[in-house]
Design a protein around this ligand. Structure first.
Ligand code: FAD
Length: 337
């Protein structure tokens, strides 16, 4: 909250169980989650239809004279004697270049390897110990789905649409269907009314994929993946957690949409992004699944490329692993929190 105040990002921070309950009830009168001890209300939080927002960004870029060539797959890089990239190999031919910017989300591991960057790295821990041969990229499977209710069901007491709700809790969670124990460990969910998905859409904490990262098939991606879509346990857990939080969701499990959902993300060793220049002229924006803030990062990276170094990007350099300048470890069940 303090950091948000410093950058004029309006938010309210509530501490204490009783005050947290009262605050949540002032937004939703059916709020009933027990054991919530703090609330951070980001006043400008929200969500966007991702396809439409990408189209909007593409329109902005093309209106500035940028040419977007879609449907082209990068298959390799050619480098000069000094190691800099001088051409990109694609499935439609070789493109000579002066500079390369990489922003490939969960596909970063394959591009990283095309650039012949290390598959494992040494990391200096906070106590100075050197951890050797840590995999640079691991995959997590994101768990998402939609409850097929009218999105209007999730309005606030004053009849408006609410912020995205994100709950981390250690309260024991029981099934809303039969009262059986789901978990007595830390759990987390997020949800919001969503007209694009037609209901209340959201997710739960992802799980780390234990398969050797070399054997994880990123494609076919998302709902088309035969390996990484959500199963029955997710529906029971997520819908029960919704009911745990708000009475209006009790008894709604049967409305969960039985359709493939979810996707995987590629994560760095400390689960924070890497923004850095490799091979002299290749800027890598590796998001580590940190999401929409990559739009702002893109602007900062563009400034760096034309010569204006950004202090905001400094904590995300690759050298932090060797130097032990790691980010704080979160206690949240979400690796991006
Ligand atoms: C299920 C799920 C839900 C999410 N929900 C949210 C959310 O609610 N809010 C949020 O902020 N973030 C969310 N995220 C995270 C967010 O999607 C990513 O952090 C973000 O999309 C990263 O942006 P990017 O531009 O770096 O990469 P991406 O959006 O992944 O784009 C990468 C592009 O690179 C292309 N590409 C890959 N390999 C190659 C190649 N070899 N040649 C050419 N092109 C290539 C891909 O086709 C793709 O178009 C979610 C992620 C998942 C998986």
């Amino acid at each position: 909250a303090q950091q948000q105040r410093e950058i004029d990002y309006e938010s309210v921070f509530i501490e204490g169980e009783k005050d947290s309950l009262n605050y949540m009830r002032s937004i939703f009168d059916d709020w009933q989650a027990t054991g919530i001890t703090s609330v951070l209300h980001e006043k400008r939080g929200g969500y966007a239809n991702n396809v439409e927002s990408m189209r909007g960004l593409a329109d902005k870029a093309t209106s500035q004279g940028v040419h977007i060539e879609s449907g082209v797959a990068v298959t390799g890089f050619r480098r000069d004697g000094g190691g800099a990239v001088n051409a990109v190999e694609t499935d439609r031919g070789v493109i000579e270049c002066d500079y390369v910017v990489v922003g490939v989300g969960p596909w970063i591991k394959s591009i990283w390897e095309m650039l012949e960057l290390p598959k494992v790295i040494d990391i200096r821990g906070p106590d100075g110990t050197l951890h050797k041969d840590v995999p640079m990229w691991v995959f997590w499977s994101l768990q998402e789905g939609t409850l097929g209710v009218d999105p209007d069901l999730q309005k606030t007491n004053d009849g408006n649409f609410p912020p995205v709700i994100h709950v981390d809790s250690d309260a024991t969670l029981y099934s809303d269907k039969d009262g059986s124990l789901i978990t007595d460990k830390l759990w987390g969910i997020y949800y919001k009314p969503d007209f694009h998905f037609g209901g209340v859409q959201g997710g739960a904490a992802p799980y780390r994929i234990e398969t050797d990262p070399d054997d994880v098939k990123v494609d076919p991606y998302g709902p088309e993946s035969p390996d990484y879509i959500v199963g029955k346990n997710f529906a029971n857990m997520w819908c029960s957690a919704l009911a745990h939080c708000q009475k209006r969701f009790e008894g709604k499990l049967s409305l969960f949409k039985q359709e493939p959902s979810g996707g995987i993300g590629a994560f760095t060793p400390d689960n924070f992004p890497v923004f850095d220049v490799f091979r002299e002229n290749c800027y890598v924006i590796a998001d580590s699944n940190h999401g929409y803030k990559m739009l702002g990062v893109g602007k900062l990276v563009a400034s760096e490329i034309v010569g204006q170094r950004s202090g905001l990007l400094d904590p995300f350099r690759f050298s932090r692993y060797a130097q032990g300048k790691l980010h704080p470890t979160s206690h949240s069940p979400f690796p991006w929190s």
